[in-house]
Ligand binder design. Structure first.
Ligand code: CMC
Length: 446
């Protein structure tokens, strides 16, 4: 980048043939002009550092709370076009994957970049299935939680505890070790989740059944009682599989950013996944599915929807399950979830809360407040209705998000580790606090 003496920047377009992939900046404080490179429609904020008023200045930074317009990495995993409502994993549309793929196959795709051959898929399923058991001491650990502990809290702590069982996981630059931890994490998440659920009910833990599918086995560990062999309902098993596909990755959201940020200190993947799961727990992220259901129960009837929407517009509440940082159109996952909801209702009976949800959606999609802010239903709006119909308590909803998102987190973590441009995550700040001042002894303070 070359600082040059002031030159006014006109609005006229660059003549054909004279195009340069640079951005010219005029600092009106000094009259200096700078030309900085543009690549992939981005500039590098470090190029701004040379912009100074005085030689002793630190230099200019970019200020972007919540990373609203900052790309923190380059990625080849997931593509989103928020205006058009497009979501693709490794180039494959979410609609096609939801129709034709399975969660384990999609997880393979996300992690490896390509769909597996039948041999690769067989091997993948074998390894995932053979890492579903957890150490017996983990059971004792889970037993220590109170009966009404939130399963997300149990999941976060138990994933973190797994790092103490697998010290080999610290060998993060060894591909064999990474592969092994990947099998373990994807294989064990449903087991830990199901055990947390059973603990809350005071029911004995159900061990994994290797003859069942990934989702079938999860349902087995959750719901089996006295049957000799649990047979999942195929519609419910497939519904869960589709929901898991839809939740597998979503590029640089809050939890993936946590995974990358924490992982950038080179901690083991269990500790990083625990951090990502904690980020997911919040009601603005993966905890929204639980919050939606609580909201629908609070609204109580279709007649109360207008009053609730009025309070949202007055800024008193949020319409949970609406809005998205990236989607300014219908979340493509929400459309698929809505369809799956009716398939589940055909088996389990219609969830009466669906009428309240549909009325919220109808009013919101016509209302100027929501239209002008481009607030549409997101993935969490209808998932809770499905989970409730399938017999899950609301506290399990974010857990059902965390299980499939594990594949996305590991893919993001691995991509970060192998990216030579990445370093320990360490943002700057704009300090607006006090300048140096002297300590005041306690008896001199007013
Ligand atoms: N209800 C009412 N108003 C809303 C909502 C909502 N759900 N979402 C955004 N707004 C308003 C917001 O108040 C703001 O209005 P104004 O311009 O007058 O200040 C405007 O819309 C822009 O919102 P924002 O907060 O700047 O948007 P954001 O990108 O920072 O937040 C969000 C995105 C998802 C956190 C937010 O839309 C939200 O809180 N939604 C409800 C929680 C939710 O459903 N979360 C799940 C997200 S999808 C799955 C996932 O990522 O886990």
């Amino acid at each position: 980048m070359n600082p040059t003496k002031s030159a006014s920047v006109g609005n006229s377009e660059t003549p054909a043939g004279a195009r340069r992939d640079t951005l010219s900046i005029v600092d009106n404080r000094t009259g200096r002009q700078y030309e900085i490179p543009v690549k992939n429609d981005t500039i590098r904020p470090i190029d701004l550092r040379q912009i100074k008023v005085h030689e002793s200045d630190f230099g200019m930074m970019s200020y972007d709370p919540a990373f609203a317009n900052t790309a923190s990495c380059a990625s080849k995993i997931t593509y989103i076009d928020g205006d058009k409502g497009i979501l693709r994993y490794r180039g494959y549309s979410i609609e096609e994957l939801a129709e034709k793929s399975s969660y384990p196959e999609t997880a393979y795709l996300i992690l490896h970049g390509e769909l597996p051959t039948s041999e690769q898929l067989k091997e993948w399923n074998y390894h995932i299935t053979h890492h579903t058991f957890i150490h017996e001491s983990i059971k004792k650990f889970l037993d220590g939680f109170h009966y009404d502990a939130h399963p997300m809290g149990m999941l976060i702590s138990t994933i973190a505890a797994l790092s103490t069982f697998y010290p080999d996981a610290k060998d993060i630059f060894n591909p064999d070790s990474r592969r092994k931890q990947t099998y373990r994490l994807i294989g064990k998440m449903p087991t830990v989740a199901a055990f947390a659920y059973r603990h809350c009910l005071g029911m004995p833990f159900v061990y994994p059944d290797n003859d069942l599918s990934y989702c079938g086995n999860f349902l087995n560990m959750l719901f089996r009682t006295t049957e000799l062999q649990y047979r999942p309902n195929p519609t419910l098993e497939r519904a869960l599989d589709v929901l898991f596909i839809l939740h597998a990755d979503h590029e640089q959201n809050c939890s993936s950013t946590a995974m990358r940020g924490v992982g950038s200190s080179h901690v083991d993947p269990y500790s990083a996944t625990a951090a990502a799961t904690a980020a997911l727990y919040g009601p603005l992220h993966g905890g929204a599915n639980e919050a939606v259901l609580r909201m629908l129960v609070e609204i109580g009837s279709v007649n109360n929807v207008p009053a609730y929407v009025k309070s949202v517009k007055a800024g008193e509440k949020l319409l949970m399950g609406f809005g998205h940082r990236v989607y300014k159109n219908y979340d493509p996952r929400a459309k698929i979830v809505k369809r799956v909801a009716y398939e589940v209702f055909d088996v389990m009976g219609r969830n009466p809360l669906i009428d309240i949800a549909l009325e919220c959606e109808r009013i919101a999609l016509e209302d100027e407040y929501f239209v002008s802010r481009r607030l549409y239903p997101n993935v969490d709006f209808y998932t809770g209705l499905i989970y409730q119909s399938m017999g899950f308590p609301v506290t399990m909803f974010p857990v059902l998000f965390a299980i499939p998102r594990t594949s996305g987190w590991i893919a993001q973590w691995q991509e970060m580790l192998l990216d030579h441009e990445q370093k320990i995550s360490r943002p700057r700040q704009v300090y607006l606090g006090y300048d140096l001042r002297s300590y005041v002894p306690l008896d001199h303070r007013s």
